[in-house]
Design a protein around this ligand. Structure first.
Ligand code: ZN
Length: 336
């Protein structure tokens, strides 16, 4: 087993993290204060995370905390500080999901919230050398019509840092197929796509996503394990799985590492990755995911590097940037 300090320097890449869910309590408090937003003290625990009970309560808490983000500079600061912290843990590439619906609820235009994130990405690249990119997401429980509005806004103001389109929110509302018009619009504009499936809901939701949406990745997707034929198809098509084990433990999808299907999916030939999802809600970070996966799944540094390669190969960033990132992974010398 490798020691934790050697794992810290392993190049990492993250392709599943919700930006609004990446702001830790201290930053949420700072933003709330400067924006005169009153947040209930019950929102926070004593150990630097957010307080919530079950999945619907998690979504409520998430909305409450992200209500502190009111201006472009807030999106800049959340993006910049998140990328800074990831870089300190060895991450070389991070794709963040961003929801214009959250920004719109706070009275912000799509363009304003995009400008903030782009500034955060550019400043973090300048200061820490980490490459950040954005996947614009619609929110499933807000419905298919709203999703089309999000896709339309995304396509109308395409920025080079916006590299994909996706969907988060409550997997139990509507069907994947209901969102086909939004996804088709994004795909027609050249944006690759991903959707949450096989997390809270079972293998059928993965089947629905693969049958009806133009996706090359699945958010979580781990419950595909409940259908061996589906697992074989995911492996054959090279669909990348955005796995977030610690998030799954926190929301009760799986009990612990011994219970989690990631190693079985990997053994079946699926392209798995490691991601933090909503880090301060689940008391995790991208570095923690790698460390805990090494301990819990028994992964070697070489296997962790392959997981980073899966993330970069499955990333929605341009091909030239992928070549640069993969060179950094290949140049890494594993300590023996
Ligand atoms: Zn997620």
């Amino acid at each position: 087993m490798s020691n934790l300090s050697s794992l810290k320097s392993i190049p990492k890449a993250e392709i599943h993290c919700h930006l609004e869910g990446a702001a830790p309590p201290d930053l949420v408090r700072r933003m709330a204060e400067r924006n005169n937003v009153e947040l209930p003290e019950a929102l926070f625990t004593d150990d630097g995370t957010f307080r919530w009970t079950d999945f619907p309560d998690f979504l409520n808490t998430y909305d409450m905390a992200s209500s502190s983000m009111r201006k472009a500079v807030d999106y800049r600061d959340v993006t910049y500080e998140y990328l800074r912290d990831c870089a300190a843990e060895g991450a070389i590439y991070v794709e963040v999901f961003s929801s214009p619906d959250h920004a719109a609820t706070m009275g912000m235009s799509y363009g304003d919230h995009l400008t903030g994130m782009v500034d955060g990405i550019d400043d973090a690249f300048r200061d820490f050398g980490i490459v950040g990119r954005i996947i614009v997401t619609c929110v499933r429980h807000l419905g298919p019509e709203r999703a089309v509005d999000v896709a339309r806004a995304t396509v109308a103001e395409l920025h080079p840092h916006v590299v994909g389109f996706g969907m988060g929110g409550n997997e139990m509302d509507f069907t994947q197929a209901d969102f086909r018009p939004a996804f088709d619009m994004a795909a027609a504009a050249g944006l690759p796509c991903t959707t949450h499936a096989g997390e809270v809901d079972g293998a059928q939701s993965v089947r629905d996503a693969m049958d009806h949406l133009p996706i090359t990745r699945l958010g979580h997707g781990v419950r595909a394990i409940e259908n061996p034929d589906l697992v074989a198809e995911i492996a054959e098509k090279g669909i990348v799985l955005e796995c977030c084990p610690i998030s799954n433990f926190a929301t009760g999808v799986y009990k612990d590492y011994s219970d989690h299907p990631l190693p079985k999916l990997m053994a079946a030939g699926c392209k798995v990755t490691l991601n933090s999802d909503d880090p301060p809600y689940f008391a995790t970070t991208i570095g923690h995911e790698y460390e805990q996966a090494a301990a819990g799944f028994g992964f070697t540094p070489a296997q962790l590097l392959d997981i980073t390669r899966n993330a970069i190969n499955g990333a929605f960033v341009d091909a030239a940037t992928k070549v640069d990132l993969l060179q950094k992974v290949d140049a890494y010398q594993i300590e023996t």
